[in-house]
Every structure is written in structure tokens, then in C-alpha cells.
Ligand binder design. Structure first.
Ligand code: 13P
Length: 335
């Protein structure tokens, strides 16, 4: 694939009323999810779980793509059909998480920097050959106002890495999804979250510009502007939607093809309600959709985990229902 095809892929990712399902948990993260429902974290169970998700009947009514983990990109259905083929046959674009995780940032206790640039060019070439059409890299930004977090060093290091990753993706003919996640943990209020998110996004788009990244072939995966989980003053749906849209408008160039949100620990209902409210705004410069992990999967995981052999169809109904709710929210039509 050449760089000329990137805008088309990016547009398909945020097609009207469609979003992304994030199922790119590392083996360590999926262990936590499986532990919560008492399922053993074996390779076969991970494969079976991802098969349940990816073969949900008519999933592409509301889902344009799925972000996979390295192991999953190489796996097949029980019947032996590679997941990437099942996805492409069903109109779902395969995506791949390519960062190798957030590590402690030296010199800045409590802050993180995402790693994975070494050898990335070679890995991207392999992922493209395996059928990946887009990639994801997640940076972690913690807020702790009293301790001066996030530091300028943390924001700069993470945004620079995101830009180098994005440029390498485009060189490989893969659409980069850039994800600077401002974490919800903490006591900060919604105004603090706004200031930090705006600063991070402005730094990110400066870095993308400096690295010659084509915004028309890029997707932003954003966190919503929302008070910390332990903040005394929580915000209502309208407030989160207003703050988030205002922040994005002030920091994200209109040339970008689309923005999708992570759920970040919000409940299923909150994540859908917030997205829906934002999409009632008129004349947004970009489509606003979803790329939820937990908020797409948690209900289905509970059902599947209760009986991984017999509850597949029942779990898939829940996956479809969550996809539909979020697809409608991407149009501002969810009730
Ligand atoms: P959550 O929606 O569970 O936050 O996960 C999305 C994701 O891909 C985080 O990188």
C-alpha cells in the first residue's frame, strides 16, 4: 500500500455511524480481565475470546476496525481461518498495537514514557505484510497538580515518540492512530484536565507537523475532558461534552481525518452518553467516534467468562448491542 491510500483508510475508520473496537490488551492486561471472571489466561482462551468478539454477526454494521495485539494478529479461528481474513471478508479493518508499553520516565517519579521505537520500521513492514491497515501507540499522561505533573519533559518525550511512530507508520503504508491518554485517576477537576489535555494536544500536533506526518492519513485517539475519578466535583454529561469539544477545537487541526475516544475507565453508559452529546454539536471539523476497549467488552466478557463454551452467542449479542449504541452515539442519535 502507498501513502496515497492512507486518507481512504483513515476515512473508512471513521465512516458515518461506525467506530473501532479495541481488543489489543497485552497478555499481562488480558490476564487481569480474565482473572476478574475466573478464566485461565492461556493462549487458547485468548484466541477463543478474540474469536468470539471478531465473529460477532453483523459487527461491521457499527464497527469499522479492530485493534489487535501482536499475538492476535497471527491467530486464526478454530476452523483455521486467519483473523485478518475473517475481518477483511466482513468489512472490518485490522489494526495493531505497536508500542511496547509505558515505562517509568527517568528523573520524573510518577511519570511514564512509552517505548517501542527500536526496530519499529521492521515490525511495521511485517505487520503490513500480515494485513494490518492501521496501528496504535498509546502515551500515558498522569495529572497530579500538587506534584507538578505532567511535567514539560513528560509531555515532550511522549509527543516526540508519537510523531516518530506516526511517520514510520505512514512510510509503511499504515494509518497511525496517535493516542495521548490523559489518565482519569486523581483528584484533579475538569478545568485541570482541560488545561493539561490542551497542552498535550498542542504539543502533539506541533511534533506531528515537525515530523512531516500527513494529518489526512492520521487518526487521533483522545481522552475526554473529565474530572479525576477522586475529584469531589463530578461533571454532568453536557459539561464533559462541552469541555471536550471546546478543547479539541482549540488544539486539533481541521485537516485531521477523525477523532475516536478511549473509554478510560468510564462506565458503558457514560462513555456512550458523552459521545452522543458531543455529536449533537453542529459543524464539527472532524467525525467524532469511539475506539473503546473496556466500554465495548466488559458486559460481553462477563457473559462469556461464565461459560466460555456455551455462552458465545449470548456474549456476541452484547458486543453487537454495545457497538450499536456507540454507533448511534457517533451520529448523536442514541436514546
Ligand atoms: P479503554 O477504552 O478501555 O480505555 O481502552 C482503549 C484503549 O485502547 C486504550 O489504549
Amino acid at each position: 500500500m502507498s501513502i496515497d491510500q492512507l486518507p481512504e483508510i483513515a476515512q473508512a475508520m471513521v465512516a458515518k455511524g461506525k467506530g473501532i473496537i479495541a481488543i489489543d490488551e497485552s497478555n499481562a492486561t488480558i490476564k487481569k480481565r480474565f482473572d476478574s471472571v475466573g478464566v485461565e489466561n492461556s493462549e487458547e482462551n485468548r484466541r477463543a475470546y478474540r474469536e468470539m468478539l471478531l465473529t460477532t454477526p453483523n459487527l461491521s454494521d457499527y464497527i469499522s476496525g479492530a485493534i489487535l495485539y501482536d499475538e492476535t494478529l497471527r491467530q486464526s479461528t478454530k476452523a483455521g481461518v486467519p483473523f485478518t481474513k475473517v475481518m477483511m471478508d466482513n468489512g472490518i479493518l485490522p489494526g495493531i498495537k505497536v508500542d511496547t508499553g509505558a515505562k517509568a520516565l527517568a528523573g520524573f517519579p510518577g511519570e511514564m514514557v512509552t517505548e517501542g521505537l527500536d526496530g519499529l520500521r521492521e515490525r511495521l513492514a511485517e505487520y503490513a505484510a500480515l494485513g494490518a491497515k492501521f496501528a496504535k501507540w498509546r502515551a500515558v499522561i498522569n495529572i497530579n497538580i500538587e506534584d507538578g505533573m505532567p511535567s514539560e519533559a513528560c509531555i515532550k518525550a511522549n509527543c516526540h515518540a508519537l510523531a516518530r511512530y506516526a511517520a514510520l507508520c505512514q512510510e509503511a503504508g499504515i494509518v497511525p492512530m496517535v493516542e495521548p491518554e490523559v489518565i482519569m485517576d486523581g483528584t484533579h477537576d475538569i478545568d485541570d484536565c482541560y488545561v493539561v489535555t490542551e497542552r498535550v494536544l498542542r504539543t502533539l500536533f506541533n511534533e506531528l507537523f515537525d515530523s512531516n506526518v500527513m494529518l489526512e492519513g492520521t487518526i487521533l485517539k483522545a481522552s475526554m475532558v473529565i474530572p479525576g475519578k477522586d475529584c469531589d466535583e463530578q461533571a454532568d454529561v453536557e459539561e464533559v461534552a462541552d469541555y471536550t469539544v471546546q478543547c479539541l477545537k482549540s488544539a486539533v487541526p481541521a485537516a485531521l481525518t477523525g477523532i475516536v475516544f478511549l473509554s478510560g475507565g468510564q462506565s458503558d453508559e457514560q462513555s456512550t452518553a458523552h459521545l452522543n452529546e458531543m455529536n449533537k454539536t453542529e459543524n464539527l471539523p472532524w467525525p467524532l467516534s469511539f475506539s473503546y476497549g473496556r466500554a465495548m467488552q466488559s458486559a460481553a466478557l462477563k457473559i462469556w467468562g461464565a461459560d466460555i463454551v456455551n455462552n458465545v452467542a449470548e456474549a456476541q449479542k452484547t458486543v453487537y448491542a454495545r457497538a450499536k449504541d456507540n454507533g448511534l452515539a457517533a451520529l448523536g442519535e442514541w436514546q
